[in-house]
Design a protein around this ligand. Structure first.
Ligand code: ATP
Length: 237
């Protein structure tokens, strides 16, 4: 079943067209990656899905419903949760309070403890630091916290914008392993990445975005083997 569909979506910032007639689908249960260079429109696409940025043309369909004009907070209620680029951890709040903020839109608050336990199981480091202020965590720990907070909304679709950005190599591996585990536990994932190698090896399918348009698509494996993808994004000539 198709969980998310973007059909001919365009997004503008004033006169600048950041995304042009973009069409992608994400099937339930998949990890889908969107790769591309700086300024290709990856973050803008994420913003169009989460509702932070309005679309100027096209349709966004989620879980069988047209959400093109739906407010961002109501999309969270429907099951779309975004981990923004730069993480957006609340620095003055503790780890536990940050996680609680992720659950604000939930109506079913009865399984909160269970979900918190699941987050702590995925990220034992957060359990150790649950009374510590978010702002005192390392970059990798803040990324964990941001993902944990998004999971507290119990999303059907988790949007991850550059989860590996600014992380040390051992954290990058760990974050991608955890993303795979979250997916295995039943959450569909759409992720945007400049680290094409990791993203393509973890994703079921991927799209290549260049100046606001999709130029290639295929399975992660196909794109890893694609000569032009290798040259442009994998640093292999
Ligand atoms: P990066 O990895 O550098 O974040 P990206 O692929 O996510 O790149 P976007 O951030 O979506 O790219 O940017 C796409 C285009 O839209 C770029 O040309 C960028 O300059 C422009 N853009 C992004 N945000 C704004 C904004 N708030 N105002 C004006 N132009 C913007």
């Amino acid at each position: 079943m198709t969980l998310l569909e973007l059909a001919g979506v365009s997004v503008h910032y004033g006169r600048i067209q950041a995304v042009s007639e973009l069409s992608i689908t994400v099937e339930e249960g998949e990890i889908v990656a969107l790769i591309g260079a700086n300024g290709a429109g990856k973050s803008t696409t994420m913003r169009a899905i989460s509702g932070i940025r309005p679309v100027s043309a096209g349709r966004v369909v989620f879980d069988g419903e047209d959400i093109t004009r739906l407010r961002g907070d109501l999309r969270v209620v429907r099951g779309i949760s975004q981990v923004p680029e730069g993480r957006g951890v609340f620095p003055g709040m503790t780890v536990a309070e940050n996680l609680d903020m992720g659950a604000y839109a939930r109506k079913d608050r009865k399984n909160l403890q269970e979900d918190l336990d699941r987050v702590f199981e995925l990220f034992p480091r957060l359990l150790e630091r649950r009374t510590q202020a978010g702002g005192t965590l390392s970059g990798g720990e803040q990324q964990m916290l941001a993902i944990g907070r998004a999971l507290m909304a119990k999303p059907k679709l988790l949007l991850l914008d550059e989860p590996s950005m600014g992380l040390a190599p051992q954290f990058i591996q760990q974050i991608f392993r955890i993303i795979t585990e979250i997916n295995r536990q039943g959450t569909t994932v759409l992720l945007v990445e400049q680290n094409a190698q990791q993203a393509l090896s973890r994703a079921h399918r991927a799209y290549v975005l260049e100046t606001g348009r999709i130029t290639r698509t295929g399975t992660g494996r196909e794109l890893l083997a694609d000569t032009s993808v290798k040259e442009a994004y994998l640093g292999v000539a």
